[in-house]
Design a protein around this ligand. Sequence first.
Ligand SMILES: [Cu+2]
Length: 464
Amino acid sequence: MLQRRDFIKALSACGAAGLIPATLPRPALGSVRSYQLTAGKSAFNITGPEQADTDMWLYNDTCPGPLLRLRRGDIVRAAVTNQLDVPTTVHWHGIRNINDMDGVADLTQAPIAPGESFTYEFPVNHSGTFWYHAHTMSWEQVARGLYGPLIVDADDDPVTDHDICLMIDDWRLDKAGQIHQSSLGSLHDWSHAGRLGNWLTVNAQSDPAFPVKRRARIRLRLINAANARVLTLRFDGVEAQLVALDGAPCRTEYVTKITLAPAQRADIICDLVAEKAVIRETSTGTDYPAGQLVATPELGGATAPKDVINTTRVPPLPDLSQARHILLHMQGGAMGNLTEARYDGAVLPLRELAQKHKKLWAFNGQVGDYSNIFAEIKRGTVISLDVVNDTAWPHAMHLHGHHFWVMADDPTAILPSGQRDTWLMQPQERASLVFLADNPGLWLFHCHMLEHAAAGMGAVLLID
Ligand SMILES: [Cu+2]
């Protein structure tokens, strides 16, 4: 038995914030996987062992929320109980879900009232890295900690020595290390870049160290859980092959860094080529330590073969000759060109929209709201959402219920080789998001800078 004192010694020998089991447990084969998730108020330490706990809203009192790990073909049965004072729902981000189970309050379900429960039940038919998060006032509920990872394994996953999920967030904390309250809902954030934080965590820790076998092959699953921060992660000490984006396979390529917009994921197969690998977050021009993979001889030797990964599961682009094009002109925000927009049946000047209704963004002159169907689509149609970001801000555009291919007019644009569920669009960028509308229901297309979504940057697509 390891004594507590020895354990503390082992921790400090590690030299960083904590020691985490490097290999996630894999479930045995099965079909229905039952989970209990309770959304509630909780205190949790995200600022380090010398600091006080932070008051948060969490699933099952843990940050991130519990890992839900399944096999492709399983059925999730998640009973969600709301112990908050406000309504909530859970969205299963990236899952090509049954519409009723998509978790968008007031669109696909009634919100779960305080004290009430709702059971989500749906199959997972695609393997990869996904996540779940609150989808009721998500700009506040996600900022307070209501999210967790969801991983779907498959028999044809590459063999690795370790499988590590890194859920990255930038919290906005006050001087006492508490969630910065007075800026929640700030009109400035909603009209600019969204709520950017000042405290970076990976799995709720600062620069966690993961012990791994020497020369190990590690699958890293990176999830950006921030409200609005676009992360750039650089990897030193590993040879890294990117194998999936947003839970969908992509053509394998060697990478040394990766950019992840809010809600995006990347799966990377890393071969350790030094005593330790260092991951840094570099988006602001300053390097922040984000995590380390530390070769630990006691764990024994690595056994996973160091093959070049051949991705064979990238689905081909659908036939575009019959595609229906839907133009989506994004306007609004600070330093933008939106002067007026339709909201709640009336055309209102931007000043009134902002001051009276806290609405700042529009698609095709319409402020997003769930009572307004942006497009009705016949099931089975190939859709090209031709999106123009005519604003001064980047936006992370997320489509519910489907993955899409990304195409652009710009021949120099670097486009993903596989499908995505969230695409970062730079100011003045145009992109066509192409998908087969094969999943019936009311699906949201919105910015995942959560403050932008709250301020009108969303549209409902009806597929039937
Ligand atoms: Cu946005």
